[in-house]
Write a protein that binds this ligand. Structure first.
Ligand code: ADP
Ligand code: MG
Length: 695
């Protein structure tokens, strides 16, 4: 609530002036100038020629050169969106899809959702007039289930391919197939003289494929597409001085803070970008910056901390792009989202502790770890490059120079370190049966594939010989959820507690429902106890959701969305519930309820029969059950791992004999999260194919 925040808000407001005002026309002019000044602008003609000439094109270009925002507009102007066709641009990160679409809509001077829109899971802004569609790679993959030839697109751009997310890797392979199928269809058509129709009777035409990447290693993509042409877009890069620390830093957060203030007090104007590992860390650094600012003399306090990370609400995401108020210096606290996916203007200083948070999945243990690990060399280079886009810059690496040499060259593709059951189910639903032989750019390990196939067949999505189970497998593939959660909804339909399960699954898709501020620990705990169920976390979430709903029903005098948000916001604050998470869960609930209704399910409730609901939870999550051991630790039945109940669970103290859980995660310990107490006998009864009763 400082003065600085207030000022920023008004400058954000100023960036959306009345369309007819002189301010607006100046704004438009500024945007036009900015667009013209981008490195990619000078090669527009050449790029379009190459797209006409090549069905597959690899474009490599320095971050910030204008690939993501400009190329789709070039294609639009060159006529690639005639006859209602679209240009689709896939992004590995939700937040990049959203912020870039907003920016491009602004550049085109259209309303978001008209010519330019974005689609991400649980949030689709596109309309029938959308021609440039930004979306996550996962969203595009799901779209292929409904329209296997992706016939609405004339061009598909796979952006940020160097990120090598599992969805990008699967897309790269799938699009190869789609392109072939469309060419074949077009050739046959010209032979027979008739028109082949794709989804909803659309005329099928050839598909152009563009792979864009920031790294210089275009060769892997080019080779993967049989020697496809690679184009390099020259960027504008000013020199960046790199500084290292003399000794390793034991507390990198503190080192980052010291560096931020050193820059602020001693260096020339220019904004600062700091790479941190996650939301909690970012929020705590934000608080610490604010605190330390209070100790500075009044005239030295013109430093404005701003944050950007994936779960930031979308109203706030665009703030980092607005210029700092006059006289102020911005310090942007970001995750690796700011490495290549989005470019924030004005950055001159980069502070890089050299770390990332990475998930790794261990198929044989059914366990995931979330660790802070050293970033790769490629990442370190990308990060420092961010300081030199508009002029010479400085990058402060918070580790000794000798450590740099020890870093991995690049990050391991996600497909080699994640749970594959989700993508394998999607591939199966797309009719691709031979997963081991599938043309992946990097093959996942055989063990990981086998494990995922096993899991899918235990969940009833696949038959024993690996074919898609009808209709369950199909239904599960279509729901935008992890297969276990989709399965839970299908089962809940049979247990007559679909309403309860929809709420539970929606609550499980968001992070931390409860808000636990340091300064009000006691109050927060009392409030949480009020919702806590002795049966476990799932029932606790259910009661949070229900109480918030009842509260809303009682006060709802008018239905405007703003009003609802306000009422909910107050309720959340009073009850120490994270309002952002709850809002997200409510939206998710609405969406997946729509999905299951479309599948013909009738949403029924088990009322107060929580026994039935718990049995349904046990039947759904039987793969993740754990039993208490003599010493109070638990044994996860599937893997045999010794685990602890996570301190955030409502069952942390009561330690029931047997539980099911949703997450097994190793941080400092192996923890299980999101639990419900069950009767151990239920496992054999409800999942007899997995748990045999002992004779
Ligand atoms: P690339 O994809 O090549 O990395 P982009 O197309 O994302 O480059 O960005 C091009 C330029 O547009 C950058 O200079 C960036 O600063 C600017 N830009 C992108 N998004 C915004 C935004 N929301 N507000 C202001 N400038 C932006
Ligand atoms: Mg880009």
């Amino acid at each position: 609530p400082s003065m600085a925040q207030g000022k920023l808000k008004s400058s954000v407001l100023n960036s959306k002036p009345n369309p007819k005002s002189p301010v607006a026309s100046r704004f438009r002019q500024k945007i036009a100038e900015h667009r013209k000044s981008l490195p990619i602008a000078s090669v527009e003609k050449r790029l379009i020629e190459e797209v006409h000439k090549n069905d597959i094109l690899i474009i490599v270009g320095e971050t910030g050169s204008g690939k993501t925002t400009q190329l789709p507009q070039f294609l639009f102007n060159a006529g690639f969106c005639r006859e209602g066709k679209m240009v689709g641009i896939s992004q590995p990160r939700r937040i990049a899809a959203v912020t870039v679409a907003k920016r491009v809509a602004e550049e085109c001077d259209v309303q978001l959702g008209q010519r330019v829109g974005y689609s991400i899971r649980f949030d689709d802004t596109t309309s029938s007039s959308t021609r440039l569609k930004y979306m996550t790679d996962g969203f595009l993959l799901r779209e292929a289930l409904l329209d296997p030839l992706l016939s609405r697109y004339s061009v598909i751009i796979v952006d940020e391919a160097h990120e090598r997310t599992v969805h990008t890797d699967v897309l790269l392979a799938l699009l190869k197939k789609v392109q072939r199928a469309r060419s074949k269809a077009v050739n046959e058509r010209s032979e027979n003289g008739d028109v082949l129709r794709g989804c909803q009777g659309r005329k099928v035409s050839p598909l152009k494929l563009i792979i864009m990447s920031a790294s210089l290693n275009a060769r892997v993509f080019s080779e993967y597409y049989g020697g496809a042409k690679a184009l390099h877009v020259q960027g504008r890069q000013f020199p960046v001085d790199i500084y290292y620390t003399v000794h390793p830093e034991s507390d990198y957060v503190d080192a980052a803070l010291v560096t931020i203030f050193q820059i602020h007090l001693e260096e020339k104007p220019g904004d600062i970008l700091v790479f941190l590992t996650g939301q909690d860390e970012i929020e705590s650094v934000e608080r610490l910056v604010q605190e330390r600012l209070q100790h500075l003399p009044e005239d030295k306090r013109k430093l404005l901390p701003l944050t950007i990370f994936s779960t930031l609400p979308s109203e706030q995401q665009m703030r980092v792009f607005a210029p700092a108020p006059i006289g102020f210096r911005k310090v942007v606290l970001a995750t690796n989202i700011a490495e290549t996916s989005i470019t924030i203007p004005g950055i001159r200083y980069v502070v890089d502790p050299g770390l990332v948070k990475a998930r790794t999945y261990f198929p044989n243990k059914g366990m995931e770890t979330l660790d802070v690990i050293p970033a790769s060399k490629a990442q370190a280079l990308q990060r420092s490059g961010r300081a030199g886009r508009e002029g010479p810059g400085k990058c402060y690496r918070l580790y000794p120079e000798r450590e740099f040499e020890k870093l991995e060259d690049s990050t391991k593709p996600e497909i080699k370190r994640c749970n594959l059951s989700n993508v394998i189910l999607q591939l199966k639903a797309l009719g691709i049966d031979d997963i081991v032989g599938f043309d992946f750019i990097d093959k996942p390990s055989r063990g990981a594939i086998v494990k995922a196939l096993e899991e899918l067949s235990l969940l009833g999505a696949l038959t024993d010989d690996g074919k898609l189970e009808k209709p369950a497998g199909d239904q599960m593939a279509r729901l935008p959820l992890d297969p276990v959660y989709s399965r839970a909804l299908i089962l809940a339909n049979q247990f007559n507690c679909l309403e309860e399960m929809l709420i539970t699954v929606a609550m499980l898709t968001v992070e931390s429902i409860f808000y636990d501020p340091r300064e009000k620990r006691e109050e927060a705990r009392t409030s949480k106890n009020h919702f806590a169920s002795v049966e476990g976390d799932h029932l606790t979430y259910l009661s949070v959701y229900r109480e918030s709903n009842e509260f809303l029903e009682k006060r709802k005098t008018e239905n405007s969305e703003a009003k609802v948000d306000k009422i909910m916001g107050k309720w959340c604050k009073d009850n120490f519930v994270n309002s952002r998470s709850l809002k997200h869960a409510r939206d998710t609930y609405r969406q997946i309820r729509g999905n299951v209704e479309q599948m013909g399910f009738n949403v029924s409730s088990c009322g107060n029969d929580m026994l039935e609901f718990r049995r349904c939870l046990a039947a759904s999550f039987f793969l993740k059950a754990a039993q208490r051991q003599m010493d109070g630790t638990y044994r996860a039945l599937e893997s045999g791992e010794t685990v602890l109940i996570h301190p955030t669970s409502v069952l942390f103290r009561s330690k029931p004999e047997c539980v099911i859980f949703n997450e097994l995660m190793q941080t400092s310990e192996k923890y299980i999260k999101n639990l419900t107490r069950i009767d151990p006998l239920w496992l054999a009864e409800l999942a007899p194919h997995h748990y045999k009763t002992e004779e």
